[in-house]
Design a protein around this ligand. Sequence first.
Ligand SMILES: [Zn+2]
Length: 219
Amino acid sequence: MTPSWKSPREGAWAVAEAETRYGPQVALVIVDLQNDFADPSGSLSVRGGAAIVPLVNVEIERALAAGSAVAYTQDWHPAHTPHFAQDGGMWPVHCVGETWGAQLHPDLSVRGPVVRKGIHGEDGYSGFSMRNPSGGMSVPTELDSTLAQGGVRRLVVCGLATDYCVKATALDGVRLGYETAVLLAAVRAVDLKAGDGEAALDGLAAAGVILVGAREAAS
Ligand SMILES: [Zn+2]
C-alpha cells in the first residue's frame, strides 16, 4: 500500500518507516564509497566513512527487496587532472583509476550499475554531471539516463562525502526533477572547514531535499 502523504515536498515516502521508503520508482544512489574516501588509510579519508558501509548494505537489501534500483557512483581520475592540487586544483591525489584507492570499499555490496565520473580528467562532484576542465562546461554522466530508463522518480542518496559529492548529487537530483532524499545516518562530511557538513545539509534542505533521520546522525 502507498503510504499516505500530503505533498511530495513533505517527503513522507522517505521519512516514514524504512520499509516503506523503497518501491519500483525509487532508486538508491550510493555515492563514492571508495577506499580513498572510506578507508582510514585512504588519501582523502573521511572520518567515520567506513562505519556507514554496514548501514548502506542494509539499505541496499531493503531497496532490492522492494523492487528499487540500486546505483553506485565512483570517482575515477587519471593520474593528472585539474581536480588535483598537484595540477592546480584543490584535492590531494585520490581515486586514480585502476588503483586500490579508486576501488569500491571491499565490504560494500555491489548489486547494480556503477557510474564512473572524472574518467577523462573532468572536475566536479555530482554523480549526474561533471565539469569539462577546459571551458567549465557541464557534461552529463549516464546516471540520469540509466535511472530514467527504469522509470525512477525518487532518489535516496547516501555515501561520501556530505559536503561535496553527496550534496552535488542530491542537488542535481532535484534539478533533474527527482524527489530526492538523503539518509543522514549513511553520509559523512569531509569538513575541510568545521561546519561544512552542517552547512551542506542546510543547503540541501533549502533546495527541497528531504533529510531522513537526525542531523547528529550525519557526523
Ligand atoms: Zn575526485
